[in-house]
Design a protein around this ligand. Sequence first.
Ligand code: ADP
Length: 361
Amino acid sequence: MAITEEHVLNAISGVIDPNLKTDYTSIGAVKDIVINGRDVSLTIELGYPAKSLHDDIVRKVRNAVGTIGGVGNITVNVMTRIITHAFQTGPRPVKGVKNIIAISSGKGGVGKSTTTANLALALVAEGAKVGVLDADIYGPSQPTIMGVSELPMSSDGERVDPIEQYGLQIMSIGFMMDDVQPLAWRAPMVTQALMQLLEQTAWKDLDYLLIDMPPGTGDVQLTLSQKAPVTGAVVVTTPQEIAVLDARKGLMMFQKMHVDVLGVIENMSAWVCPCCGEITHIFGQDGGKRMSEAYGVPSLGQIPINAAMCMQTDGGMPAVAAEPDGVMARIFRDIAHRLTGIIARKPKDRTGIFPPIKVVS
Ligand code: ADP
């Protein structure tokens, strides 16, 4: 019996992607099927960056195709194609940026900036083009975390070039203010400055732009979630009840503004003793997880307290850059897969296909 495309697609329909939570056949991710006698070759096209998963995907798909009777050589390629996904109605896309992810928290000091930096680096390691916009007016810490001290310049005299570091494109509100200025700025001025930074930075072909948001749910956060084309928001919290209560307000603010909440990350979830491996829940247990269950949003992961990570972050080289194969890098990689797997399941942005409507009287 001759092998057909249908045989191949049927065989692969049993392979479930752990981050897309679906099989490759039903979402049309199986491309370029070539059947040459008994030999089969094909490509799996992923909508999210997952370099470290490619070998595993190839193995599973090969095994599945191998169940077809009489099959010969099997060649499986995996590639990623990231598209622009839908965002809230109103804003227009930002030039050079496919998807914006707002990283938020209820309180300061829960590790939102640390999480943003490491998550961005994990996405780069997985093969994505990533930018970070530090919009945390109360404590713009990305320049410190990323070890960046030079000020951005403009090469075309119109837009400002982001600073490139560790494979990321970085822009910070901190580049525009000195230590005392932020307190003197009124909310409309801050939002205007942030929108300008977002729109007038010369982002180059970004798959994801992570915005390190100011903590809380004030005017600035509200306006940003209204004016910036946000694919989705991520809420970072520590497990203690008092932090979760504030994080909850942030989650509700995004839902009210029709910004999709992509998930909750619980930081400082536990202390793992480096000597004996005993786990101590210093700040309580599973607060972020419980919040995600209560509000029906995904739990993206739990990050333990890690003394080395604290020193690396404060010293200008985040954990994922300092130890790309370390345990913290693995945790952030898993979170990156879950997050971008969720984004990949969102519908495509359709604003680009309609030309602006002109009213003629
Ligand atoms: P936020 O942006 O929420 O204000 P930061 O990311 O600036 O918080 O983190 C506050 C401090 O906590 C920093 O010194 C950072 O290095 C440290 N920190 C964050 N997450 C962890 C963690 N999981 N383990 C150890 N230290 C952490």
